[in-house]
Design a binder for this molecule. Structure first.
Ligand code: AGP
Length: 612
């Protein structure tokens, strides 16, 4: 949550910073601001989206604001203080010499604020961040910004990714990290600091990931990294392979739609080189588990939030059924505070697209502190979860910009399928059975491509439901988590209340809600519980409910129960969620667009939730 950018170099800083903020807007979009530093400090901040700030800057004297060659910027997701010009970042000290942008939460800000006010500091906002600017001012001596920041962050309790500039030291940016991501892009005589690489990749692919409790001292010709005792740290420069095309809309109206349509490729990327037909085996080298460690797994515990949690739930169905290993799926936010019991033989797997979700990261640390192995399934290479896990699997989905996760979900499910198959091969699945699965897995991208051709007809279905205020999603087995995911997609981007349930649970409560105003989406592929789901449809029909069904191609009988059917190709159960979720993503997308919602930046949400 919140995106921050810092630039120092030879180009006009305003261009790089504003462009970077636009790339990071998915992280927060309730207000934005910029501080440009030369002999003076130019600050401008605006309530609203980045476009509001951008328009305000466009009205100014271009030559004037383009004369600054360093500065910092921020796009906000409010925690302390309502979204407003006053609470937008950057925040400054009393003299307007120091500017700070911050991602995170300072838990002890009230105590620090009281102390600073007693010492005569004048606060102008309701934010926790402003105290940092004043605290740095308090310690700032002899134009040594690094020393002042080091002393200030030593007093902070909470999480922060910080960039700080001072008009007394133009061209210099100090950054600090604890719990909120920061990456440095090391260019040719210019340096860019950002919350993630999407603000950096069009300038350089050489990056350094900052770790917690590290300070970064940047000037256009170089950088130094320190620990909090100002001891120098040497870090490796890494190459990133995301290219600029992957963070642009490429002609689609929204990133979400582009990402839905990328799924044939992204699913393929998730299994490429990992499902080996010749040997009938699955290779997941990143797990870094020895044969002995694999053999000693007695229980798998998936920990995640939101959509990633839904993927974990699918993992539970698959691993228990195929590999016969007990699995539990935990909400990270609950796991971290409920004194979990972990024992020898437990394997913890955290799942996170961003690799930065605060609760998931805290759960990972909690599990590691109990001495168990923790693996990470992540998308963002170099993210904190990826780096702190003992091993893991990258899903290789490429940047996911739409706040509603789509391609990351199917990629997570793909690697969970691989994991289930790998563990099952070590038990009783033979090479021939595995080859059948691998062959079918290789066909999935084309099947998804085919399914995406239903886009126009799904839009037509959406037209009939855009005014509804409630929805129910029902599925069973591996498609129960898909029902949850379909409901989450709809609610987060269209603001329609939607619930997912196991279909058979309907008669234990939700059936009371059924009437002609409660559309029900059934996920009902032909499987062993198909007939049972049909009975649930009868029950809905008998109460006047409108029904949309996701069914298996060729299932003509289903039409007698449905108002609308969307067919998906027939596949083995293990692959079913990869197909059944696609129409649900499109349905949510079209309903949201028809309702005039901003699907890429839904209200109140942020792409990566780096605060509790
Ligand atoms: C998905 O559409 C959501 N925006 C959200 O639930 C998300 O999946 C959750 O915040 C977890 O994020 P992560 O995968 O980056 O950890």
């Amino acid at each position: 949550m919140c995106g921050i950018v810092g630039y120092t170099g030879e180009r006009p800083a305003v261009d790089i910073i504003m462009n970077g903020l636009k790339r990071l807007e998915y992280r927060g979009y309730d207000s934005a601001g910029i501080a440009l530093v030369g002999d003076d400090l130019f600050i401008h901040k605006k309530n609203g989206k980045i476009s509001v700030l951008s328009e305000a800057l466009d009205m100014m004297d271009h030559n004037d604001i383009r004369r600054y060659h360093s500065g910092i910027g921020h796009t906000r997701w409010a925690t302390h203080g309502v979204p407003s010009d006053k609470n937008a970042h950057p925040h400054t000290d009393c003299n307007g010499e120091i500017a700070v942008v911050h991602n995170g939460i300072i838990e002890n800000f009230a105590v620090i604020k009281k102390m600073l006010i007693e010492k005569g500091h004048r606060m102008r906002s309701d934010t926790d961040t402003e105290v940092i600017a004043h605290l740095i001012e308090y310690y700032y001596r002899n134009n040594n910004l690094l020393d002042a920041v080091m002393k200030a962050v030593g007093k902070l309790v909470g999480t922060y990714g910080l960039c700080i500039v001072s008009s007394r030291e133009p061209g210099r940016i100090i950054a600090a990290r604890n719990g909120s991501p920061l990456v440095l892009g090391a260019g040719d005589y210019e340096m860019i600091i950002a919350s993630d690489v999407s603000a950096i990749i069009e300038h350089t692919n050489k990056v350094i990931y900052l770790d917690d409790r590290e300070l970064l001292d940047v000037r256009q010709d170089g950088f130094k990294i320190y620990d909090l005792d100002l001891k120098k740290i040497e870090k490796k420069i890494e190459d990133i392979d995301w290219d600029i095309k992957s963070i642009e809309k490429a002609g689609y109206d929204h990133f979400m739609l582009k990402e839905i349509f990328e799924q044939p490729e992204t699913i393929k990327n998730a299994f490429r080189g990992r499902a080996i037909r010749e040997t009938g085996s699955i290779r997941l080298d990143g797990l870094r588990l020895s044969e002995e460690e694999l053999a000693s797994i007695r229980r798998v515990i998936f920990i995640a939030c939101g959509t990633s949690w839904h993927a974990g739930l699918i993992g539970e169905y698959l691993i228990e059924e195929y590999a016969r290993i007990p699995v539990e799926v935990e909400y990270a936010s609950e796991f971290r505070y409920r004194k979990p019991i972990l024992k020898q033989g437990d394997l913890v797997i955290v799942i996170s697209q961003s690799g930065e979700t605060a609760d998931t990261l805290a759960a990972l640390r909690e599990a590691k502190s109990k001495g168990v192995k923790v693996l990470g399934i992540t998308n963002v290479v170099g993210s904190t979860i990826a780096r702190e896990s003992d091993g893991g699997i990258y899903i290789h989905a490429g940047p996911e910009i739409g706040v509603a996760s789509t391609k990351a979900f199917t990629s997570q499910v793909t690697v969970l399928i691989l994991l289930a198959l790998m563990l099952s091969r070590r038990k009783d699945m033979n090479a021939d059975e595995m080859r059948v699965c691998i062959d079918q897995l290789h066909e999935i991208p084309d099947k998804v491509r085919l399914l995406l051709q239903s886009n126009a007809s799904i839009r037509r279905i959406a037209e009939g439901f855009q005014d509804n205020t409630n929805f129910l999603y029902l599925g069973r087995g591996v498609n129960f988590p898909v029902a949850l995911e379909g409901a989450l997609k709809l609610k987060e981007i269209s603001y329609i209340h939607a619930e997912g349930y196991p279909a058979a649970e309907m008669k234990h409560g939700p059936i009371a809600l059924i009437d002609e105003d409660m559309p029900v989406v059934f996920i009902a592929p032909k499987d062993i519980i198909y007939e049972k789901v049909i009975s649930n449809m009868e029950e809905v029909k008998a109460r006047g409910g409108r029904i949309i069904i996701i069914a298996t191609e060729g299932d003509d009988r289903i039409q007698e129960y449905s108002d609308h059917v969307i067919y998906v190709p027939e596949v083995k159960k293990i692959f079913s969620p990869l197909l059944t979720v696609i129409p649900l993503q499109l349905l949510a997308y079209h309903i949201a667009v028809l309702r005039g919602c901003n699907v890429d930046q839904p209200r109140n949400l942020a792409k990566s939730v780096t605060v509790e």
